[in-house]
Design a protein around this ligand. Structure first.
Ligand SMILES: [Zn+2]
Length: 133
């Protein structure tokens, strides 16, 4: 019995861990997304309900539109950082030295950005309480 309790404690995750791993905000065990983000053609496919606790991920119609604001903020943060890094490393190069790497990075980051934005949005603005089993 005591062994079992220890195992259960090991499984518990913090909100931040669940957010980073794209796990359900209610049970912190079920995956929100069906495939890993490197499967570029399927990175956006989500489970409608949590496979563990059956929580409906789209809390209300149009819920995911809010995640676009998170996505925008993350993208701007990365691009500003990249722009400053290019400015410092290459000592204020011509404009194409900014546009090309920033565009490539921005497109390459779409799968990551899409998923982390939805995960952050549902964890912070879904108002779903954590219910450990
Ligand atoms: Zn769940």
């Amino acid at each position: 019995m005591e062994e079992n309790t220890k195992l259960r404690l090991d499984v518990k995750r913090t909100k931040l861990q669940a957010m980073a791993q794209g796990l359900c905000p209610q049970c912190r065990e079920g995956k929100m997304f069906m495939y890993p983000f490197w499967q570029v053609t399927k990175f956006d496919q989500m489970h409608a309900h949590c496979p563990v606790c059956n929580l409906r991920f789209e809390v209300e119609p149009g819920f995911w539109y809010g995640a676009m604001f998170i996505s925008y903020a993350i993208n701007v943060m990365f691009l500003a950082f990249l722009g400053v890094a290019i400015y410092i490393i290459f000592n204020d190069p011509p404009i194409l030295y900014y546009i090309i790497p920033i565009t490539v990075f921005s497109l390459a980051a779409v799968p990551f950005n899409f998923r982390i934005s939805r995960s952050i949005f549902i964890h912070l603005f879904g108002f779903i309480k954590y219910k450990p089993r």
